[in-house]
Write a protein that binds this ligand. Sequence first.
Ligand SMILES: [Zn+2]
Length: 294
Amino acid sequence: MTKTKIIATVLASVVILCGGVIGLGFGLGWFGDDDDNTPQHTHIWSEWVVKTEATVTENGLEKRTCTDCGHEATRTAAYATGTVGLKYSLINDNEYAVTGVTVGMGGIVHIPAYRKNEQGEYLPVTEIAYQAFYFYGMSVVTFAADSQITTIGDEAFYESGSITSIIIPSSVKTIGRDAFNQCTNLKSVIFAEDSNLETIGEAAFRGTGITSIVIPSSVKTIERIAFVNVTTIEAVYYGGATKDDWDNIAMAIGNDRIGDDPSRTNAVRYYYSATTPATDGNFWRYVDGVPTIW
Ligand SMILES: [Zn+2]
């Protein structure tokens, strides 16, 4: 069992058993802080009851109350559902891929971290599948804070015309071929600070309107023409600290728009520095999750 599956299974069990396994949460450190007795007072807890139902974007909570002092404790009891109308398929019986949308859905999509299978167990949602949002008129896509997505598949958002910005969760390792090709309104691509991204696929951002992009330090490979025809790009916020780090990326042909030849690009590359840079040069850091120039 993977760690995520175990946690998801435990969560599902707790939902079914309600208050019967209160002690379990402490060991996992997952259900929130209940252990707030004082030396003078030990809480006398009620049963767990639903405090808030899960919504499209928010996890559902349960609460219990001390019948003596009125103190309330809460714990997560159900994951946010994600946008209603997304289609899924099981991968190896233990993960889900988002495969598409129901006709007539709106343009705002939230990708959940987990989804229940037929047995009521939560399984991680790990992939946006091939052509899941191909030519879909999406305006906003967001991911759960605890997103489990590792792969954005080939052509996943191909010509999904009205996306303007996206924050890609840290769990993503691979962006597939043509994943955002022809997203002409896509201007800003930000990766979470602890990104695990390794591969940017062929033509992944071809023909987008990107003006700034983060390239995480974890990136090992940028495939051919990933940024071709991106004439708008002005800033590359690279997560590595030096030019040597950048040169270690396996960079295929057709990526001059983020390259070093000033006759082929207008983009400035900024190197990451968490603290005030000690040398001259172009440096950046995150401020509240937003790339910010020193
Ligand atoms: Zn109390």
